[in-house]
Design a binder for this molecule. Structure first.
Ligand SMILES: [Zn+2]
Length: 62
C-alpha cells in the first residue's frame, strides 16, 4: 500500500497499484475538484501526471 495526498485538498488515499490509485484520484477529482479536470489545459494535465508519477514512485510502501 502507498499513500498519495490530493494536490487540491487535504484528502489522502491508499492503493496497491498505480492503476488503482489513478482510478481513486480520478473519481475524487470528478466529485470534489471537477473544475480542475474540466479547466485544465493539456499542459497542466501533463504536469499533473509527471508530478503524480514522481510522488507515486517516491511514496513509501506501508
Ligand atoms: Zn482533493
Amino acid at each position: 500500500m502507498k499513500t498519495i495526498t490530493c494536490y487540491d485538498c487535504e484528502s489522502s488515499f491508499q492503493a496497491e497499484t498505480r492503476e488503482e490509485i489513478l482510478d481513486i484520484l480520478y473519481e475524487h477529482y470528478m466529485k470534489n475538484h471537477h473544475s480542475v479536470i474540466t479547466g485544465a489545459s493539456d499542459e497542466a494535465k501533463k504536469q499533473w501526471m509527471e508530478q503524480f508519477e514522481k510522488d507515486w514512485s517516491a511514496a513509501e510502501e506501508v
